[in-house]
Design a protein around this ligand. Structure first.
Ligand SMILES: Nc1ncnc2c1ncn2[C@@H]1O[C@H](COP(=O)(O)OP(=O)(O)OP(=O)(O)O)[C@@H](O)[C@H]1O
Ligand SMILES: [Mg+2]
Length: 173
């Protein structure tokens, strides 16, 4: 959610959130069409010394996901271009003992889809050959005049995502 929030803050209109289970890896990718970063900034956010100084208050954002990915034998990759957007890919050891739990992924994903006005979020969940995808714009189209910010819409989406996870035989944590 923190990484998606970075994209929102970078004025992205379209955000792709992919959760890919590709054993033994869990890959989380956030792709946006926001402001992007210039080369010096990109260098700084990847530098743990610099980033840990900036986020000294608590371990949040990129330094945290970097640390978590590397702790599980994975890594973090960030590609960014000023004016066109950013793609962050974090790879975790799926079954590694140090991988932080996903938590209530369905709720979190549903909230991200309905809670960012003006942002079209595409959620893709993939397990091996199977995948499901849903976008904020598709949901809005189905809703017609119903306001996407209504709690029951988020609840419905959460259940829909949960069912799809089940169908894909995905059990996080
Ligand atoms: N998707 C993005 N597009 C453009 N710039 C980004 C993006 N993600 C991160 N950045 C830049 O990298 C910086 C560091 O991000 P990071 O998430 O580590 O910390 P933060 O967002 O500044 O603070 P926190 O996450 O702790 O609230 C951001 O302040 C921003 O300048
Ligand atoms: Mg952040």
């Amino acid at each position: 959610m923190d990484i998606v929030q970075n994209s929102v803050r970078a004025q992205a209109k379209n955000i792709g959130l992919s959760i890919i289970i590709d054993e033994p890896w869990l890959v989380i990718r956030v792709q946006d069409d926001g402001t992007g970063m210039d080369k010096p900034t990109l260098k700084k956010v990847k530098d743990p010394f610099y980033t840990s100084r900036r986020t000294r208050k608590v371990g949040m954002g990129i330094p945290l996901i970097l640390q978590n990915a590397e702790m599980t034998g994975g890594h973090l990759q960030i590609e960014s271009e000023l004016g066109s957007g950013t793609t962050l890919t974090a790879k975790f050891g799926l079954k590694h003992i140090d991988r932080p739990p996903m938590g209530d992924f369905a709720s979190t994903a549903a909230m991200m889809m309905t809670g960012n006005e003006g942002v079209n979020l595409q959620l893709i969940v993939q397990h091996g050959e199977q995948q499901f995808a849903v976008t904020t714009n598709e949901v809005k189209e189905v809703l017609g005049d119903v306001d996407i910010r209504l709690p029951r819409v988020t609840r419905f989406l959460k259940e829909m995502i949960e069912e799809n996870l089940k169908e894909l035989k995905i059990e996080f944590d």
